[in-house]
Design a protein around this ligand. Sequence first.
Ligand code: SAH
Ligand code: SF4
Ligand code: F3S
Length: 458
Amino acid sequence: MKTFYIETFGCQMNAHDSEKVVGTLVREGYAQVTDEADAGLILYNTCSIRDKAEQKVFHRLNEYKKLQGEGKKFAVIGCVAQQEGEKIFEKAPYVSLVSGSASYRHLPAMLARLEAGETRITGLDDRQTDETFDTEFTARTNPHRGYITIIEGCDKFCSYCVVPYTRGKERSRTSASVLAEAQMIAQQGFTEIQLLGQNVNSYRDPSGKRTFAELLTAVGEVNGIKRVRFTTSHPRHFTKDIVDAIDAMPALCDHIHLPVQSGSTDILRAMQREYTRDWYLERIAWTKAAKRDLSLTSDIIVGFPGETDKDFEDTITLLEAVNYDAIYGFKYSPRPNTPAIHMHDSIPEHVKVERLAILNARQREIQRSNYTRHLDQTMEVMVEHGANNRGQITGRSSQNKTVNFACDITPPIGSYIDVRITQVFPSSLVGEATSAPSALSPALLAQRALNARVEVLT
Ligand code: SAH
Ligand code: SF4
Ligand code: F3S
């Protein structure tokens, strides 16, 4: 039997790419194993976003080397594969396949060459393609959420970021193909869909039928779908009709991830983000004027070249102005091929560390007070994990907040249950179930049984 093992790093797009790669491999007659020692083919789906990512990949490949000589084949795919290209063969000669995400639609052909014994197979030349990787054979490995990539690549070229170089140019799927996939997901019994794209809201329907906001609404209207999420939105393309669509349709979750990166207009300019602090805050004002209580989250980089104390202070005051429910803070790291690599990485590591700590501490205080608004509220929670060691079940609110709650029974993963909030922490809510869990569709249970069979242990 042909077997494979896959390890995935990076963003949600990468995780979902792996679901599509797994589906493709299974379609080609491979069985997934959960221990690399049992696999004939080992795939490493890589991320290159920060922190000398390529060095980590080579280090990891060195570890894999131990498994060499047992007739195993190795494939490096994803963002580091695209970035390092054929250098990977030089540094790790036992690797036979190197492919960036823009070439995954050629995977069946690449696998055939691998099986025929070729050892230098590349998928690296497709970054300028208009084609997207759509497949009906996606392995839906998340037990409660169906992902749909609606737009691939990125044309933004923020000065610090590798993504436009690793994922290629921006290209959208037709809204008809997105909706067909949404319907398929709903028929499989999923009630939650997450639309994905590095800039999900720069979506442009190639058929010209729907705007991004109209697509959101149309996905929310799909029979059986109760929750629609979307990441990541770019402020430059954040239009008011997105807020209006969320206001009009409860199935669209009341959460917007809108990374600002910096609160300083000067730094935003150096980052080539194409907006100012005021432009960003204007979009935030639209979300605050919404009828629904919209939860806002963000990504922030500290220590970008030239970031002064005043620039950093601007980021801190922006946190306060927006009142985020969560942020992901990162220390700037210089990345290959990006324009910022030519700027002097002027902020010393200890200052970056200090700024990140100040940022996170300030945000924690904001959340400490923010989350109190949920005390005594009753909210619908989707169950995501069974009981923890304290007997609490974990789920998520529409706003994407973690809710831990006590319940007499163990509700099934993917079911919905009402929870009254009795305690609040800076990044989670605690409560007790006040309703019975909703029933899962037989289709979803069948899908899970199928997934369990995909992961065959040899
Ligand atoms: N497309 C999304 C983000 C993709 S990468 C957007 O534009 O918002 C996820 C996050 O990683 C970014 O939002 C940014 O905060 C961070 N990031 C990207 N490149 C980085 C770098 N060179 N150093 C530090 N953080 C980085
Ligand atoms: Fe990177 Fe900027 Fe594109 Fe986001 S928008 S993926 S940060 S280049
Ligand atoms: Fe990483 Fe590539 Fe995603 S660099 S964050 S896996 S787009």
